[in-house]
Design a protein around this ligand. Structure first.
Ligand code: UDP
Length: 477
């Protein structure tokens, strides 16, 4: 048996007034024909990182909607997770190939997990590459299988990609965060584009009274009467913590009492974390204005909430990124973000809302200083970011997308879709737009909807291309 992760109850009704209007009714309608369906989500870790964050919210909501939903994790030792982290890095484009002994180790653990998977479900969502072998090695068992990819696989290391690819081929569908992430020669014909979402009611995102948030930061030694910038992320090279430190040092030349907090979680499936943590301590050791915290010393959801709420600027200087939930989490608190132009981050901050996108350490430092010097602009960017998150990136929308995919798989909906198959899909980024006010454009008698002015402008540049792709149900190039 794969280990079950315990989750608390949630009520969809409690999102009324927070999520966009109409979404709750749309969810109930989508769930009605799926009553009693057995749904499993499988990933590699019950804590640390974005996937566990998502499942802790979506699994209980599926239950509230009348489905039988479980969250289970695969098991593996440190050697296995070293291989899966190398695979993760390779799929995001890193060069080292997997050695034959690493491939053997991955396969042995994948087979052991497939043998341990005895339960029966109607739908199985497999998150990321770690558990991807479950289907080929264990059999479908009557379920529809969906591979949910959370990382940027647009330019994978070819050798790692060709190792993983055969294990993905038998899936019924795949879900990516962005159309650009679908790699060339992807073997699954049904591909959906669904960005993740944050839970506005979780302890990490609920509205903390400011005085309480101040007490929380004071308690761990962070001064709330001095300027503060923070990055919250796993200790991972793709999140560029050393670049953040360099940008902080440059910014401090202009703002001498500026504090930096690096808040990082260690995840069960990320053995690289401890090494990066040591590098950060070596780099910053002895600087009283730099604070480094981890979940291992008790800095958890409430502290992250307080940091995201009270920092003057939150930084997310990713070089490669899947989505970057931390960006939406921060914007939800109305705090501006300075972030690397990577993966799903520009999707969250489209049209310049939410903060500033940067491509270098210098640009990052400049943007931080500019926002610290102009609190009025910082506030306006944060407020606009919060509204974009409300429109597109809250949990109920994500659950709705998952329910619709399950229904489509039950109906064996054809992949070449009729022209009006999905009237509410952005034809440029591919995102399904649910119940939110959208930007529109009328072309050849049809009204197209977009998540942002940026996507609308791309469409306006080449309506023929995007219109043709949408009619065929293809992911945009
Ligand atoms: N996180 C946390 N504590 C930390 C660092 C990160 O709770 O010290 C959470 C963060 O709030 C977010 C998730 O871990 O919910 C990271 O998700 P994201 O999509 O940003 O990145 P990933 O780790 O999945 O690459």
């Amino acid at each position: 048996m794969l280990n079950l992760v315990d989750v608390g109850p949630r009520s969809l009704e409690s999102y009324r007034g927070i999520a966009p209007e109409g979404l709750i009714e749309a969810l109930r309608a989508a769930a009605a024909p799926l009553q009693g369906a057995r749904v499993l989500h499988v990933n590699a870790t019950p804590y640390g990182g974005g996937v566990s964050e998502l499942l802790r919210s979506t699994v209980p909501l599926l239950r509230d909607l009348g489905l039988v939903a479980h969250w289970r994790i695969i098991s593996g030792d440190e050697a296995f997770f070293r291989v899966t982290k190398a695979m993760h890095n390779g799929l995001q484009g890193a060069t080292p190939d997997l050695m034959p002994d690493q491939q053997t180790a991955w396969l042995a653990t994948a087979e052991a997990n497939a043998r341990a998977f005895e339960e029966s479900y109607d739908f199985v969502f497999v998150h990321d590459p770690q558990p991807a072998g479950l289907l080929s090695l264990g059999g479908a068992g009557g379920a529809r299988w969906i591979w949910r990819c959370h990382i940027d696989t647009s330019h994978p290391n070819p050798s790692i990609w060709s190792f993983l690819r055969p294990y993905l081929a038998p899936y019924d569908a795949a879900v990516f965060t962005m159309a650009e992430f679908v790699p060339a020669g992807f073997p699954i014909s049904r591909v959906e584009i669904v960005p993740p979402a944050i839970d506005p009611l979780s302890p990490k995102n609920l509205a903390l009274p400011r005085a309480t948030a101040r007490q929380v930061l004071d308690w761990i030694g962070v001064r709330t009467d001095r300027p503060l910038i923070t990055q919250v992320s796993r200790f991972d090279p793709w999140k560029d913590p050393l670049g953040v430190i360099a940008a902080y040092r440059a910014a401090r030349r202009e703002v001498p009492d500026l504090q930096l907090a690096l808040v990082g979680s260690m995840a069960l499936d990320d053995p690289e974390g401890a090494e990066i943590y040591r590098q950060i301590l070596d780099e910053t050791g002895g600087d009283p204005l730099v604070h480094v915290f981890t979940n291992l010393v008790g800095v958890g959801n409430i502290e992250v909430n307080a940091f995201q709420m009270l920092s003057d600027v939150v930084v997310q200087k990713s070089i490669r990124e899947g989505f970057g939930l931390v960006v939406s989490e921060t914007l939800w608190k109305g705090t501006p973000v300075v972030a690397g132009r990577a993966g799903g981050i520009p999707l969250q901050m489209a049209d310049g809302v939410g903060g500033v996108l940067v491509d270098s350490v210098d640009a990052c430092a400049e943007a931080i200083v500019a926002l610290l010097r102009d609190p009025e602009r910082a506030r306006a960017l944060g407020a606009a970011g919060r509204e974009r998150v409300r429109e597109h990136f809250l949990t109920p929308r994500l659950v709705l997308n998952d329910l619709r995919l399950m229904q489509a798989l039950l109906d064996k909906q054809p992949i070449v879709r009729p022209p009006d198959w999905d009237a509410h899909r952005d034809p440029v980024c591919g995102m399904v737009l649910e119940g939110a006010p959208v930007v529109t454009l009328v072309d050849a008698g049809r009204t197209w909807e977009f998540c942002s002015q940026r996507c609308r402008a791309a469409f306006a540049d080449d309506p023929e291309l995007y219109g043709r792709q949408a009619r065929l149900g293809l992911a945009p190039a």
